[in-house]
Design a protein around this ligand. Structure first.
Ligand code: AHM
Ligand code: MG
Length: 345
């Protein structure tokens, strides 16, 4: 049986891009290497003293776990070493990371990433992930990366993907020519092509949303949830509710099985919780390449939103096309205004 490793696949696909010089390929390969290093630590999280709070807060004011910091450092080091990446935006860093050395400044790409997403799940052995989004820089090569490199619309992404550290570890990515998934074979230490040309079902039977926030949701979302729960045998309803609380894991399941994931705006999170640059845009690129859809629930395509700041949040509706269309119909009909936070204080 022949196996295609991630590195072989990346090189094979390089010729998809007529003027490619292997730079993006090198960048992707370095992401794969960092993923393996992080995977090793995630796997032994329960064994070593790396588990637990680092005692610092990240820019969102959320508590950082030690593994978040470890993953952040490893991905930054690997991207820098690739020589192809001139700057990084990370959930864990307030400002963009730029480099003084000549080699990375010659890099033509920038990367936005969430090095370890779903980190509240680390110490309970639940799947977590890394999410990344790659753009060509717009600032001149040879200089430091600038903010405008990062504030590009998602439509300009040249590649995006995620790594899921789950019951097995996988890397799923797109360069705009479909979506492919690779499973890490721990015995040889290689990501092997296991899910070629992923297409998400047009309809599904899974809805994923944090229903603990129900009373804080806009009316349209409440009504859509009730729609999902209502019996209607021809359409497969009632749908089943699945919510891990780890975006990569919730999305990965829905991508393969069909479903909808929603993190709407809520009283308390008037722009939603998830971050446009390094959570929503890369996931949106993947779902569109797999035949699905990603919007803000108001008919605006996520990848068309012009980012205004590095850690910008956006309401996020992503998944199977038919389910997205139905959810948006409810939003139009019943409204997307979140209740006033004062009601809950
Ligand atoms: P994080 O980046 O701090 O880990 O937060 C993002 C996570 C996502 O993985 C997940 O979809 C969401 O937060 C869950 O939020 P909630 O616990 O509010 O449902
Ligand atoms: Mg995150």
């Amino acid at each position: 049986m022949s196996v295609t490793t991630l590195n072989e696949f990346i090189i094979e696909r390089q010729s998809d891009f007529p003027y490619a010089k292997g730079e993006l390929s090198r960048l992707l390969t370095h992401i794969g290497v960092a993923a393996k290093v992080v995977n090793r630590e995630v796997n032994k999280a329960g064994l070593v003293d790396i588990l637990g709070d680092a005692g610092t807060d990240n820019v969102q004011g959320e508590h950082q776990k030690k593994l978040d910091i470890y993953a952040d450092e490893k991905f930054i080091a690997s991207l820098k070493a690739s020589g192809e990446c001139c700057g990084i935006a990370s959930e864990e860093d307030q400002n963009i990371v730029t480099f003084d050395e000549n080699l990375p400044r010659q890099g033509k790409y920038i990367v936005s990433m969430d090095p370890l997403d779903g980190s509240s799940n680390i110490d309970v052995n639940v799947s977590i992930g890394t999410i990344f989004s790659i753009f060509r820089r717009v600032s001149p090569v040879g200089h430091k990366a600038s903010m405008e490199d990062f504030l590009q619309e998602g439509t300009k992404q040249v590649a995006a993907g995620y790594i899921i550290y789950g019951s097995s570890t996988m890397m799923v990515y797109t360069t705009g020519r479909g979506v492919n998934g690779f499973t890490l074979d721990p015995s040889i230490g290689e990501f092997c092509l296991s899910h070629p040309d992923i297409i998400t079902p047009h309809s599904g039977i899974i809805y994923s949303i944090n229903e603990g926030n129900y009373i804080k949701f806009p009316e349209g979302v409440k009504k859509y949830i009730k729609h999902c729960q209502k019996k209607d045998i021809p359409t497969g309803r009632p749908y089943t509710s699945r919510y891990i609380g780890s975006l990569v894991a919730d999305f990965h399941r829905n991508l393969l099985k069909g479903g909808i994931f929603i993190y709407p705006k809520t009283a308390g999170y008037p722009s939603g919780k998830l971050r446009l640059l390094y959570e929503c845009n890369p996931i949106a690129f993947i779902i569109e390449q797999a035949g699905g859809k990603a919007t803000d629930g108001r008919g605006n395509r996520i990848m068309d939103i012009k980012p205004e700041s590095l850690h910008q949040r956006v309401p996020f509706y992503v998944g199977s096309r038919n389910m997205l269309n139905k959810a948006e119909e409810f939003m139009r009909k019943y409204g997307d205004k979140e209740p006033d936070i004062k009601e809950f204080q």
